[in-house]
Ligand binder design. Sequence first.
Ligand code: ADP
Ligand code: MG
Length: 286
Amino acid sequence: MIRFESVQKRYPGGTVAVEDFSCTIPSHTATVLVGSSGSGKTTLLRMINRMVDPSAGRVLIDDQDVATTDKVALRRSIGYVMQASGLLPHRTVQDNVATVPMLTGTPKREARAAALDLLETVGLDRGLATRYPSQLSGGQQQRVGVARALASDPNILLMDEPFGAVDPIVRGELQTELLRLQSELGKTIVFVTHDIDEAFLIGDQVVILRPGGEVAQAGTAEEILAAPADDFVERFIGADRGRRALRLEERDGTRIVVDGTGRAAGVLQAAEGDPAVPDGPAKDRA
Ligand code: ADP
Ligand code: MG
């Protein structure tokens, strides 16, 4: 479990990126922080692996204050996926994935063999292993980024707008793949996006942020859609595309989110005890 306790971040220069944020992120579930650009999402995410230190308040992982942990060890023990895949351009795909395990003492042969398996885990052909990042499509690069983040078998996976730079169809594929992966791996995922559709699709818990990292509403997609906390949330979940007013519908016993045109925008998490992701994901977003 990850807990933010009244964290604040004031950057040198005076910008208060986060005023006073508290939130509990349960283990083995996906929590999505969603908000407009500049609302403090990246700042909050990076507090978890100490790429950013809070100016006040604490972040706890399983009741341990991260400020008391070794920075480098912490960072290596937590998977981190960025929008720009952040792959090392002069290393092959396989070596990009194997880098962190090798740094932490896994023998090279073993790390490289595990890397091949991980490529398959994220839906990539092993034949891509010897390529360099520039020889991959944007979507493939992001998959390698996910494989690399999983390489140290972290309990926690941080994802900062990981699918933001790819086209909508590839984004849909990557989202579906992440849901599948998560149903198998059950990591504690903290996922940041500005896209409310993506937030509802990925998040077991969705936290909608106002500027300054202020929580406008936190809950499941269903709770937020059923009872938006205020006008801000209502605008946020219905915004961007005017025609799109999201609502809940039940089809063949599955609760789905549909937009104003009746098109499925996402599937709601199955009830407790059911598999996290229904078979044949009805996430046709094209
Ligand atoms: P988001 O990820 O939601 O777009 P960020 O956490 O990146 O938001 O940024 C929140 C605010 O903090 C913005 O106003 C941004 O300009 C500012 N900020 C982010 N990083 C820095 C930094 N290193 N130095 C100064 N200001 C920063
Ligand atoms: Mg950001």
